[in-house]
Design a protein around this ligand. Structure first.
Ligand code: BJW
Length: 235
């Protein structure tokens, strides 16, 4: 069997990988939703101030994700194929959609949470949710009313299982960043962690990201084209 060119691969994805699947990128439309700055909706303070507004924002996006128009694309599928043919590929996504799973990935680390899950401000319960969330729904774990929230990491909150991500970054020899603008930390700093570990670093994005100069190699174009092409080159 042909030896693998890289032994341990970390792939970070962002909204750009799902753009051609019909999911709007985070900073589309000047970062506005119905005249609210998205940064003013995606925070725990916004949820405390106006939970109905925040539920509405995520309910709309959940309905869109569950519509027949949204499907995994060639980039999601190429990553899943790599994971199936290589023993050590860790996929960490900033996306809250489920398109990596639908594309065939069996390991996906959702560092910013998942739109099809809810959590509770009163207990540790995390539950699947396909319908709209509202302020009068009881938590399936503790039965409290008004404590259920989207299972999303908002600004100012700690992304999920950072220790695992940093451990993978410290031990990889290839780091690939796909479809992310490099605006949001800690994900925007992963390239530096990987470089410090001696990994080769690659950016695959429509345009140079905020942190493009940190990467050793760049390919710019649509994810559905450049991701399958690049992953074919390294296998
Ligand atoms: C294509 C394409 C195609 C298009 N093909 N490409 C000051 C300085 C530094 C940091 C901070 C600061 N003040 C506050 C912070 C921290 C803050 C932060 O980074 N803020 C910035 C705005 C400055 N971060 C946090 O609060 C995080 N927590 C934290 O830091 O905890 C403390 C900590 C300390 C130490 C270690 C660890 C932790 C939490 C961040 C939570 C982010 N959550 C969000 C919203 C929730 C989910 C949701 O509602 O959707 O997650 S923010 C939003 O941005 C979302 C995304 O996952 C995230 C990243 O966006 P992404 O994916 O990059 O999307 P876009 O739209 O920006 O870019 C898309 C790219 O695709 C573009 O480049 C396009 O060109 C490209 N593209 N079509 C290929 N077809």
């Amino acid at each position: 069997m042909k030896p693998h060119k890289y032994q341990s691969i970390v792939i970070l994805t962002g909204a750009g990988i799902s753009a051609e699947s019909g999911v709007k990128t985070f900073r589309d439309q000047n970062g506005l939703w119905e005249n609210h700055r998205i940064e003013d909706v995606a925070t725990p303070e916004a949820f405390a101030r106006d939970p109905a507004l925040v539920h509405n924002f995520y309910n709309m996006r959940r309905q869109q994700l569950l519509s027949d128009d949204v499907k995994p694309n060639a980039a999601h599928k190429a990553i899943a194929a790599l994971q199936n043919s290589h023993p050590d590929v860790f996929l960490v996504t900033q996306n809250i959609d489920n398109l990596h799973e639908l594309g065939g990935s069996t390991q996906v680390h959702h560092m910013h949470g998942e739109l099809l899950k809810s959590s509770c401000t009163a207990c540790p319960a995390i539950s699947d949710i396909n319908e709209d969330l509202s302020t009068d729904m009881p938590c399936p774990g503790c039965g409290e009313i008004g404590t259920r929230r989207p299972h999303i990491v908002w600004f100012g909150e700690m992304p999920i299982d950072m220790d695992l991500i940093f451990e993978k970054l410290m031990n990889c020899d290839l780091f690939i960043s796909i479809g992310t603008s490099g605006n949001v930390y800690p994900a925007a700093g992963f390239v530096q962690e990987a470089r410090m570990s001696g990994a080769h670093t690659v950016e695959l994005n429509l345009e140079p990201s905020q942190g493009a100069s940190m990467f050793a190699e760049h390919h710019h174009g649509k994810a559905t084209e450049i991701v399958p092409e690049y992953l074919k080159m390294i296998t």
